[in-house]
Design a binder for this molecule. Structure first.
Ligand code: CA
Length: 227
């Protein structure tokens, strides 16, 4: 059974989440504040954390940072905050997804399922460093990409971008983080350079670049690599 830790200080919303998630056969723990959340996350090792950013004690962003200091548990932020900056801040602190209140329960459950699936697939590549998607294979050690048996030529910047995303697969990587990582290589890379480089990667690697399955864009926020 998937164990969900709900971190939320509005009792009515907590109640609604408990009822709905239990009805869908999730195990639910609840924490009304950040301190309790951090304690329960350490004691009960939840499979997913649903996190409200506006908590009475510790700011939600700080809760994300502290959780990330010790765990890879998927964190879905569920918040009334709406600005892109706040989303970016949460994602850069290590949140995996972001849902704005009010939201539908079906939407929430879909996000929980997706996050759980990604966490399962994102387990480390192991010694081989080989990551295979349905469309192409990445060899992190040999720094090679093959598609339908043929080697795909990537520029150093494209490779670097690919490598950063693949190593953090299943996780949204913020634009700022990507630029910090990749910018050193060259990339006339401010945000636009990033977009152009991503478009080239998609053309080279995606089965259908217009409907990418592996390089997912979160407008204004960043990108995620999915297997
Ligand atoms: Ca709140």
């Amino acid at each position: 059974m998937t164990r969900v830790l709900v971190v939320e200080d509005e009792p009515q919303l907590v109640r609604a989440l408990e009822i709905n998630l239990r009805a869908r056969r999730y195990e639910v723990d609840t924490a009304p504040d950040g301190a309790t959340a951090l304690r329960l996350a350490a004691e009960d090792s939840p499979d997913i954390v649903l996190l409200d950013l506006g908590l009475p004690d510790i700011d939600g962003i700080e809760v994300i940072r502290r959780l990330r200091g010790r765990s890879r548990v998927p964190i879905i932020v569920v918040s009334a905050r709406r600005t892109t900056e706040e989303k970016v801040e949460a994602l850069e602190a290590g949140a995996d997804d972001y849902l704005t209140k009010p939201f539908g329960m079906d939407e929430l459950v879909a996000r929980i399922r997706a996050a759980a699936r990604r966490a399962e697939r994102a387990s480390p590549a192991g010694d081989s460093g080989l990551i295979a998607t349905g469309d192409f294979t990445v060899d992190l050690l040999a720094k090679r990409v093959r598609r339908q048996g043929n080697e795909v030529r990537l520029t150093p910047t494209e490779w670097h971008l690919l490598e950063v995303l693949v190593r953090r697969r299943g996780r949204l990587v913020g634009q700022k983080e990507l630029l910090q990582e990749v910018g050193g290589v060259s990339l006339s890379a401010r945000t636009n350079g990033l977009r152009v480089c991503m478009a080239r990667l998609r053309r080279k690697l995606e089965g259908d670049p217009a409907r990418p399955r592996h390089f997912i864009t979160f407008p204004g926020m960043g990108y995620r690599f999915d297997l």
